[in-house]
Design a binder for this molecule. Structure first.
Ligand SMILES: NC(=O)c1ccc[n+]([C@@H]2O[C@H](COP(=O)([O-])OP(=O)(O)OC[C@H]3O[C@@H](n4cnc5c(N)ncnc54)[C@H](OP(=O)(O)O)[C@@H]3O)[C@@H](O)[C@H]2O)c1
Length: 372
């Protein structure tokens, strides 16, 4: 059977569904899936959360028995293999009784490309694709970037006033956003392998950085690794991070003295040393090590101003999730979201792409990918 205009229309629908996973699934790809039987859509879904079920599995679940003998329209070539947290989709489609698979774009990762399609063929399914390569590939820019990177996908999250300030004054903490935004942040923490702050934030806010949803992190995931970037080991041993439990703590320093290091290690925290040229932590080296040694693929950075500024300057941020609270803080001393050296001109300053916004109770969530 060849590809019909109707097939192409359904694949387009799968592509549109895929984009609903933006900002939630990276470094995984966004994927959408539509299941059709006898000309009727019997199930459809998308990959909604990093580490969560894939689009095909969710669509099969919505279709139930109706998936038998259906055609699956997918925005991306289904995955195969066993080295995954979630079961491979080629095998799941086969097990559900799907007869035919039409996909938009091939998997862009060199080690996976073509494998899913070949596996589906081996399992006896009829397979067509790629049928909308350009459109299917266009929604995968973030994934292609993540495949190339040797560090985690970095999400910078901050809460700011309408006038772009993240605190009322230097070193002063304040809860700017409301309870709905707080739930969003706890959920986000629970879906990342690690959460990081600069030591300035610990000194100002004394945060715990745990996911405190009722019942713990979503889908029984572990608490994230909590990381503090602290050039001179100023982190107080009485801080809640070191004192109150709640999961492992890693302190990344540039040149902390031995006694301070021993005091921090005595609390059970781990200390890494990565000195950069400016006497602060070499953030790029630390991130690569986090990925290589700790398998951190998705890192949430919760500020503050100077850490955000350094990460953005060094091109180490992939996504910004900014919560805008309906308040005005004002004052020339109130820090902005990204302090430090900043950018020389508009051309060198990062741009955000695929920007989306939605209300979070009384606040707004603005999200975008950082270009580059
Ligand atoms: N509204 C929000 O979402 C939010 C979130 C977090 C924090 N905040 C606010 O932000 C303020 C804290 O911001 P901050 O800028 O003072 O502190 P920060 O960004 O949390 O921490 C900055 C410190 O991190 C250390 N660091 C290590 N390596 C670094 C590197 N490569 N680049 C930059 N810093 C590095 C530095 O210590 P050394 O100086 O020893 O080198 C630096 O002083 C507080 O007022 C807090 O309440 C607001």
């Amino acid at each position: 059977m060849s590809v019909t205009p109707h097939d192409v229309e359904r694949v387009r629908r799968a592509i549109a569904l895929a984009t609903k996973g933006r900002f939630a699934v990276e470094p995984n790809p966004v994927v959408g899936c539509v299941l059709e039987r006898d000309g009727r859509i019997v199930g459809e879904s998308w990959h909604a959360d990093y580490g969560g079920p894939h689009a095909e599995a969710r669509a099969i679940e919505t279709a139930g028995e109706a998936a038998r003998c259906a055609t699956a329209y997918v925005s991306l070539e289904p995955c195969t293999g066993t080295a995954k947290k979630t079961p491979p989709c080629a095998e799941a489609l086969h097990a559900a009784g799907v007869r035919r698979v039409v996909y938009a774009a091939a998997d862009p990762s060199p080690e996976m490309s073509g494998r899913g399609a070949a596996r589906l063929g081996d399992l006896g399914l009829e397979i067509e694709g790629p049928v909308l390569e350009a459109e299917g590939a266009a929604i995968l820019a973030a994934f292609r970037r993540a495949v190339r990177a040797r560090r985690p996908w970095v999400v910078c999250k901050w809460a700011m006033s309408w006038d772009g300030r993240i605190a009322p004054g230097p070193g002063r903490g304040a809860m700017l956003s409301g309870p709905r935004a707080a739930r969003f942040v706890h959920d986000l923490r629970g879906r990342c392998e690690a959460v990081a702050v600069g030591v300035g934030t610990v000194l100002a806010d004394d945060p715990l950085l745990t996911c405190r949803l009722e019942g713990g992190p979503p889908d029984a995931r572990p608490q994230p690794l909590r990381i503090v970037f602290d050039s001179r080991l100023r982190l107080p041993v009485e801080s809640r991070l070191l004192r109150d439990g709640g999961g492992p703590v890693l302190v990344v320093t540039a040149r902390g003295d031995r006694a301070r290091r021993e005091a921090v290690e005595a609390t059970g925290a781990e200390v890494w040393e990565h000195a950069g040229d400016d006497g602060r932590v070499d953030l790029a080296a630390a991130l690569e090590r986090l990925r290589a040694e700790r398998g951190v693929r998705r890192l949430l950075v919760e500020g503050g101003a100077r850490l955000n500024g350094s990460l953005l300057r060094d091109g180490l941020v992939d996504q910004v999730s900014a919560i805008v609270a309906p308040r005005i803080l004002g004052g020339s001393g109130a820090p902005g979201a990204a302090e430090g050296t900043g950018f020389r001109d508009l051309e060198s300053a990062p741009r955000l792409t695929d920007v989306a916004w939605r209300p979070l109770g009384e606040d707004f969530l603005l999200q975008g990918y950082v270009s580059g």
